[in-house]
Write a protein that binds this ligand. Sequence first.
Ligand code: ADP
Length: 270
Amino acid sequence: TQARGPDPDIPIVTERLQGIKHKILVLSGKGGVGKSTFTAQLGFALATDEDTDVGIVDIDICGPSMPRIMGCKDEEIHGAADGWTPVYVQDNLAVMSIGFMLPSEEEPVIWRGPKKNGLIKQFLKDVEWGSLDYLLFDTPPGTSDEHLSVVQFLRESGITGAVVVTTPQEVALQDVRKELDFCKKARVPVLGVVENMSGFVCPGCHGESKIFYPTTGGAKAMCEELGIPLLGSIPLDPRIGKACDFGSSFTDTCPDSPATKAYLDIISKI
Ligand code: ADP
């Protein structure tokens, strides 16, 4: 295949995104570790402050889950004078996802890299994001076409950094190393690692069980070894899954829970 130069539309993307202060990629080595859940709940938690404007762009093109977990799955994208308007979940929280364009949630998206690249470009070039404090990118697991596309399109406007979500198990941690390697090669700063489902707090007795092996400190030890911050550990709490199924903010519905404390602590570090 012929080597191609950078996309000629990168300067247009750069101009479109100039009002966005922080662009954060949320990555995970494996699927099912809670990356989309984390992205959504981070978005809600950041937007609790009404002076903070937040956008979420779902670039998990083949598995878009943002419309459901942000509680806006029946919304449609509307055309604006100058492109598309994202879906507003609340005044200061906007979402964009291919999920809004599919005839049904069951409809599979079977696209090759160039087509995904084209849609990601549209999400960045044609959406009226306006000025935002944070634009969070929910990415597919692993490192694939979508990651390469977003890194390419943000090469001039800059990526604030990546947050890597993992569960405590060794197999998941191994894949975190691959994500970190990707960040190094793509020159994306790593903000840190979030350990999700790091323990289970019994709603009855409030005792904490470490339900995964290794039972303690796998992510912490890895972060220490690699010299990157462990941003926080979010316990497994069924109410998080419930909040996502109902498209609501976990930190609002369960303000006193250990998981909320973890989310707020993570926010203070990014
Ligand atoms: P990924 O984006 O990594 O594929 P999801 O965000 O879709 O993973 O999460 C997978 C499942 O785990 C979902 O059903 C979600 O509600 C649940 N989940 C994620 N994090 C937690 C948590 N901390 N406590 C309880 N359930 C969680």
